[in-house]
Unconditional design. Structure first.
Length: 280
């Protein structure tokens, strides 16, 4: 792989989506803004699409609509063609960690540290369901975090996962839980050095046939200050509630923060890191 272009940006890009059939990228930044970037342009840098009141940490695309979520607990709809804000919703009482759109672009899901997943109608911004299946506090009485959500390729299922490795798969038609799974190996409690809990599932991905669900995170951490734990991926046959694969990497340490299945389901790619980035 060869670097073709280096584009400076303000702040940290927390969330990124590619606009299909083109050279445009949208990203949410730590400077509270959502940016639109044309990679084919010779000199022009990112253009501001709009802004939140704090960090923009979730972003999803549904046709010509981008939906962003942030530390301010708001979801904002943007028309990427007219470059105008369509609506804003006070979606969560705490930090929105992730935003995901259904494959047909009709639903958007958001998860936040209020430990709730909410399912929204993309067309009018109305809430369809409020999904509660995660505890607000860890077993050691610290606030938990709801890090990630993802839709199955058929759009009929939605998975959410939290800090202690608890996964819930939901039926998107009814808003009811279908299955719960556990990955406790991705959660660390340090009762000595820091009296601190860390880790959690940071990435989820359904296989193309929606049969398997992969979860990414970090193994048990010996030094909580440096994410000193091995990168970890677990794969479940979620309908049966069985773990089928487990990969604890001997080379890379840090969080697995993104997972992608090959369109044919032949392989799975994981990306993440601590001080250095990695692909698995």
């Amino acid at each position: 792989m060869k670097a073709l272009k280096n584009i400076p940006i303000n702040g940290i890009a927390f969330a990124l989506v590619r606009v299909p059939s083109g050279n445009r990228l949208l990203f949410g930044s730590s400077d509270f803004k959502v940016y639109d970037l044309d990679l084919a342009a010779d000199k022009s840098g990112p253009k501001v699409l709009g802004a939140h009141q704090s960090y923009v940490t979730g972003l999803a695309l549904a046709g010509t609509l981008a939906i962003s979520g942030g530390y301010d607990g708001r979801l904002i709809w943007w028309d990427i063609e007219t470059r105008k804000q369509i609506r804003a919703v006070e979606a969560h009482t705490k930090w929105i960690r992730k935003v995901a759109c259904s494959p047909d672009g009709k639903m958007v899901a958001s998860v936040g540290d209020d430990m709730v997943c909410r399912l929204w109608n993309v067309a009018d911004g109305k809430m369809l369901y409020e999904l509660r299946g995660h505890h607000e506090r860890t077993p050691h009485h610290f606030p938990s975090m709801l890090f990630v959500c993802t839709f199955a390729s058929d759009g009929r299922s939605l998975a959410t996962a939290d800090k202690v490795g608890h996964i819930v798969v939901w039926d998107t038609a009814s808003g009811k839980p279908i299955k719960t799974l556990e990955a406790p190996g991705m959660y660390t409690w340090d009762p000595v050095q820091r009296k601190h809990s860390i880790g959690g599932i940071r990435a989820l991905a359904f296989s193309p046939d929606s049969k398997y669900l992969a979860a990414g995170g970090i193994s048990k951490i010996s030094n909580v200050d440096h994410l000193d734990g091995k990168a970890r991926i677990e794969i479940f046959d979620w309908c049966r509630g069985e773990k089928t694969h487990e990969h604890i990497d001997d080379k890379f340490k840090g969080l697995v923060e993104h997972l992608v299945f090959h369109p044919k389901g032949d392989w799975l790619l994981g990306g993440g890191g601590a001080n250095d980035g990695f692909f698995l």
